[in-house]
Design a binder for this molecule. Sequence first.
Ligand code: CA
Length: 217
Amino acid sequence: MNRILIAEDEAPIANLLLAALQEEYSCVWASDGAKAADLLEAENFDLVLLDIMLPKINGYELLDYCKSLDVPVIFLTAKGELEDRVKGLRLGAEDYITKPFQIMELMARVETVLRRCGKTGRVLQLPPDIEIDTASHVVYKLGEPVALTAKEYDLLLLFVQNKNIALYRDRIYERVWGEEFMGDTRTVDLHIQRMRKKLGLENRLVAVYKVGYRLEA
Ligand code: CA
């Protein structure tokens, strides 16, 4: 699932965006520019919906940061701010959406930008040897399918979508098992050990002391 950062200080607009996008995308909301920059530094996103007039760090400054991280940006502009739109596109935003916006138009533009920027590919890569076909849920190592259980597949996907980020055991459990973590770390450890053995990831999916695990890529 593609991950979208929504950088927007007006809660009603952010809530509208979240409501529209959450069915199809994994969304995170930042209510000011500094929070958005922190999230961009800590996590991987496929797209940023970026308000121009943001507290602390404005949208133009954040655009530069997004470009340095190779994350595409759609600007959110208030109606009539034509100069902002032109400036935004000239500075390297992929597109812009005028507030107030139609949900259908928003969804179409998001999808177009993700596709144009090569973010919608149904095959996720974990170089140099692993590919995940997210449509068929088949994982390949050096072109050969590897039989994973449903939980092992979900775990792999979670790590590939959060490369180089240390994930806490409780968060891993809640994301993959879909229920609240009750403190049984064995379950997480066992499934991860089996999955990384099947895929030969012992040296790359590493335990992080007192935290959980991190996939190094
Ligand atoms: Ca604003």
